[in-house]
Design a protein around this ligand. Structure first.
Ligand code: HSE
Length: 435
């Protein structure tokens, strides 16, 4: 039996997907049963890098999601609208959906999965997180016997590329960003990447799958990399750390598992990662996701987080999974491992209640007693210091860095608020968390 795909979007990922589906030789035999029925594009007359017949191209995307001949709608247009409406309409018309769209799932996953469950169709999203890296299916299936403690990822290639080059070249964020834009590694509007919003979308999806509950995007604490200075990268390096933008989803209480009252930490921020940690060695545009699980222990997934072939690999794997189910199941009962059943919202701990280590850099007057004042203030707020070092002078100011032990974020912030008012303090250019 042949299954017919309605492809929405023929950009980078859509083109990669079409290329795989049009050339199934030596891939999984199930892909021979797939036909691209119609393709929705903005401009059907544009010259394409893939052998798609002009006859099946249309600018009327709505006509694809309502087409009775289409079995699976593959949504690769990105963005929130019209993607959300098209996905909902496809579901309402009984179509299975494969999407690479993290923005629409992280914001509207609740209504999309509620509709899919009611209609008995699948919405698969392997490509929405970390491009070609298989992480959604492993969390749903291969890791299902485990209690997940944490999922920690480098899930944005653009920022990892920028941080890697800043470290290698001692260059500033602005210079590397401009070069990355010139080379096509960063978007003309880099906001979603450099401000951590893309990573927040992805960690919302990862946390939801790993911990079996819905996540409100607005509960995720999110900081980007604009404030990471070349000086911090240099000092971090001297202290034995590499700065990476981490997306972290962690269960707070891993000793006493109950089915309720579990709080999660879900956050995105630049982080000093100890150099021996596996995430510190992830360079360039690569993505990586470290899963800490019981009884498995630590397992890391590493690979290309974007790109035509890599992301299309994940899209087509989802198509193949759906077809495998359609071929083998006669009853329209959703596969319990591949469908989404949870409906409750996870409780996300406020960031002030996070216990973590901090790095901070201060520019101060170069006079006696400043380090003592800093140490005393931190001590008053219950913030224990692991190191405090005056590195040298910058712009006629003494430059001092501190690294704390594990402390309550709220206590650290209270100390910093007090320190900002010290006469000797000119500036606190950087505050970063330490893994
Ligand atoms: N803009 C993303 C990144 C790729 O830089 O990783 C698409 O999710």
């Amino acid at each position: 039996m042949t299954y017919t795909i309605g492809l929405l979007g023929l950009g980078t990922v859509g083109t990669g997907t079409a290329k795989i589906l049009l050339d199934p030789t030596r891939r999984h035999p199930i892909l021979k049963d797939v036909k691209i029925g119609r393709v929705g594009v903005r401009n059907p007359d544009k010259k394409r890098d893939v052998a798609i017949s002009q006859d099946i191209l249309t600018a009327d995307l709505k006509s694809i999601v309502t087409d009775g001949d289409i079995d699976i709608v593959v949504e690769l247009i990105g963005g929130v609208e019209p993607a959300r409406s098209l996905i909902l309409e496809a579901i309402a018309n009984g179509k299975h959906v494969v999407t690479a769209n993290k923005a629409v799932i992280s914001r509207h996953g609740d209504e999309i999965y509620t509709a899919a469950r009611e209609k008995g169709v699948y919405v698969m999203l392997e490509a929405a997180v970390a491009g070609g890296i298989p992480i959604v299916q492993p969390l749903k299936t291969a890791l299902g016997a485990n209690r997940i403690h944490a999922v920690t990822g480098i899930v944005n290639g653009t920022t990892n590329y920028i941080l890697t080059r800043m470290q290698a070249e001692g260059a500033s964020f602005d210079d590397v960003l401009a070069d990355a834009q010139r080379l096509g590694y960063a978007e003309a509007d880099p906001t979603a990447d450099v401000d951590g919003l893309d990573a927040a979308d992805k960690v919302a999806i990862l946390a939801s799958i790993a911990f079996g509950g819905r996540i409100k995007l607005e509960d995720i604490h999110c900081e980007g990399i604009r404030q990471v200075d070349a000086a911090d990268i240099t000092y971090a390096d001297r202290l034995g750390f590499t700065i990476r933008l981490l997306a972290i989803a962690r269960r707070e209480n891993c000793d006493n598992f109950t089915d309720s009252d579990d709080r999660l930490q879900v956050r995105v921020h630049p982080t000093l990662v100890p150099n021996p940690h596996p995430l510190a060695s992830v360079r360039g545009v690569d993505n990586a996701i470290l899963v800490e699980a019981d009884p498995l222990g630590r397992v890391m997934f590493l690979g290309p987080g974007a790109g035509e072939g890599a992301t299309a690999s994940a899209v087509v794997a989802d198509i193949a999974n759906i077809i495998a189910i359609l071929q083998t199941e006669t009853e329209p009962i959703l596969h319990p491992l591949l469908s989404c059943a949870h409906q409750h919202y996870c409780t996300i701990a406020p960031v002030e209640e996070l216990v973590t280590r901090f790095y901070a850099r201060f520019l101060t007057r170069d006079e006696s007693g400043v380090i003592g004042e800093l140490g005393t203030c931190f001590g008053r707020h219950g913030v224990s210091l692991e190191s405090i070092v005056q590195i040298g002078m910058r712009d006629d100011r003494a430059e001092i860095t501190i690294v704390t032990h594990d402390v309550l974020e709220g206590n650290f912030r209270a100390a910093i608020a007090e320190i900002r008012n010290f006469e000797a303090i000119a500036d606190i250019p950087s505050i970063l968390r330490v893994l």
